[in-house]
Design a protein around this ligand. Sequence first.
Ligand code: NAD
Length: 333
Amino acid sequence: MLKMGLIGVGHLGKIHLKCIRLAKAHYDLIGFYDTDAELARQVADEFHLKAYDSLAELIAACEVVDVVTPTPTHYAVVKQALHGGCHVFVEKPLTETLEEAKELIELSRKSGKLVQVGHVERFNPALLALDGQEIKPYFIEAHRLAMFNPRGVDVSVVLDLMIHDLDIILKLADDEVAEVRASGVAVVSDQPDIVNARIEFKGGTVANLTASRISLKNMRKVRLFQPDAYISLDLLEKESQIVRLFDADDTLPDEGMQYPLDTPKGPRIIHVDQPDSGPVNAIQMELESLADSIKRKKPAAVSIEDGYRALALAHRISDAVKANGQRMPNPKV
Ligand code: NAD
């Protein structure tokens, strides 16, 4: 059982608190630290959990810490935790700047402590259901649209929302980025609130992503087009669909539905499968996966290097938005 401390008990921190308690086979949650003393008192009362008076005291008492503080604070908090000899789970994005992220990678290597980054979509059942499938997309389309929420506007929509899809796409394409084009508009904040990016990978795969935090509805979809299949992931509904075209005399998989299709090349069969990986508590699962990596001395499921790659691509997109002449807020809005 690993002694765990929680840092930051705001909106997401309270959810983490409950998930760490659910992961009781792996973690003994000994307490938390939050700079907001009034909030700390409330959370200590409500959850019957010790509020530490300082970050240093909490770190000294723990083997692992879970950092759920605002992004601009991640660097300083994670650095202190690594210096204090703790393994770290840190919410996404890893840090605000690439220089900070590089320094933490170096520190993690020197200290021999693991850092896992909270790219929680890796544990979304829609994505987990693709395990074992051959994924070789030629073209990827991602839409992440969210209704406005003042939380998170301390960073651009690229670092706040698009970064989830960047991590997924980097994982699925498994290739180096060749070219990035992007444009964005700042509507209600001083930073881009809607961004569209086109990413071309060295092997030719193209990804087209849109992220917005000022939409009228929520949507999180990733669609993959490859020569033998069309794969649709609904990350909000936690569902996936795999559509394949077969010849009429092919042997079809047992699972799934079939529809006949007359094509100019003769009769074919459309096969639709909806793989189901079952219900999952993604936050509990990502936290448990860190405990497993610590115990088995293996790399984190979402490593600090993965966090760096997603952050580096996010910065490349933000730079492309600026170079493209980012549109400024409408003064009437
Ligand atoms: P929040 O503002 O609701 O909570 C942050 C808490 O951290 C506050 O209680 C604040 O008092 C405390 N805090 C600030 N600085 C601190 C410090 N130095 N030490 C200790 N406590 C400190 O923010 P939130 O919405 O919970 O987001 C927190 C983090 O989680 C952000 O990095 C955000 O990007 C990330 N996040 C991730 C997802 C996801 O889908 N994985 C979703 C939402 C937020």
